[in-house]
Design a protein around this ligand. Structure first.
Ligand code: MTE
Length: 321
């Protein structure tokens, strides 16, 4: 088996040349794209198996449209699926598309634990059948300062959670990624405290915008985007969107999410998109939409204030960042 370090793999090997060149331009302009989350970490020299992620070929049918979708231009499929953050496959943006071939999304189970009536290990396909699939075209804002518009295929999380019947003690819900160094070789590094964990307050999880995504662009979710199932919370920074989920745990205590554990000074529990609250190392007032030159204003709650602002009434969003 050919073993290569991520640093040996040139982005030009995994994307077409013109796109690669325009990305180089983009990255030259944006120190954030180069640094971002990864810059807060000491990057280890990961040894990862080089294996091309399988192309997603299976299409969904009968997916209904959603009134929550934006009409903004969508980010091209190629960018959505080759410019990723998925540290289980390396810390640079291009590694996940190159290396996620080792992930096996079927068979796949999700265990439901904690303060909930229907504690059980569910086969993913039975979980997906709990609600009709919808297409949701959402803005996506990474804490590093870049954004995209992505047409997800998914299920409203609320419809699944209601069927699982959380108890009256469930105040939060926690989502955990697969821990398996064979499938996710990046977990052999100490770059994060594995497995990747994120959490939401129950009312955030039950908000109609919150989604469990199983596809994008009408096709099955590519491995590098978090196959077979991932969280999408469009008013929060991208790091809340746990990929490749194997556990849902209901709890009365606020979960300690991975990035907060890694650097509590820089990353909080709420992670709401907020142009008025800077990241300690950069401003969050503007963002670069992938594929565009120049920057645009970042919107409060990523433009979803109407749906979610009420969740934070009376809270000091500088303190609860
Ligand atoms: N989930 C896991 N398990 N591991 C990760 O490294 N990165 C997060 C989030 N979910 C991450 C994760 C971050 S920082 C971002 S911005 C989004 O996934 C990126 O999602 P995308 O690659 O589909 O754009």
């Amino acid at each position: 088996m050919l073993i290569r370090k991520p640093a040996d793999i040139q982005p030009s090997e995994i994307t077409d040349h013109s796109l690669y060149l325009s990305r180089r331009e983009f990255m030259k302009d944006s120190a954030l794209a180069l640094g971002g989350i990864a810059a807060s970490l000491a990057l280890p020299a990961l040894l990862l198996h080089s294996q091309q992620a399988d192309a997603a070929t299976e299409k969904f049918s009968g997916v209904k449209k959603s009134p929550y979708s934006t009409t903004e231009d969508m980010t091209p499929y190629k960018d959505v699926t080759t410019y990723n953050n998925f540290y289980e496959f390396g810390t640079d943006k291009y590694s996940p598309a190159q290396l996620a071939g080792t992930l096996n999304p079927r068979p796949w189970t999700i265990s439901v634990e904690g303060e909930v009536k229907h504690k059980k290990t569910y086969d993913i396909d039975s979980l997906i059948k709990m609600a009709p699939l919808e297409e949701r075209i959402y803005r996506f804002r990474c804490v590093e300062g870049w954004s995209m518009v992505i047409p997800w295929v998914g299920l409203p999380l609320a419809s699944i959670l209601k069927k699982l019947e959380p108890t009256g003690n469930a105040k939060y819900v926690e989502f955990t990624t697969l821990l398996d160094t064979k499938q996710m070789p990046g977990e052999r590094s100490g770059v994060l405290d594995w497995p990747y964990i994120e959490g939401l307050r129950m009312d955030e999880a039950m908000n109609p915008l919150t989604l469990f995504a199983v596809g994008l662009y009408g096709e099955v979710l590519p491995k590098q985007n978090g196959a077979p199932i991932r969280l999408v919370v469009p008013w929060k920074y991208g790091f809340k969107n746990t990929k490749s989920i194997v556990k849902i745990r209901f709890t009365d205590k606020q979960p300690v999410n991975t990035w907060m554990k890694t650097n509590p000074y820089e990353y909080g529990f709420y992670a709401n998109v907020n142009p008025q609250v800077d990241h300690p190392r950069w401003s969050q007032a503007r963002e670069r939409r992938i594929g565009e030159f120049g920057k645009r204003e970042t919107l409060m709650f990523n433009g979803y204030s109407e749906q979610v602002a009420h969740l934070y009434t009376g809270m000091d969003l500088r303190k609860f960042f």
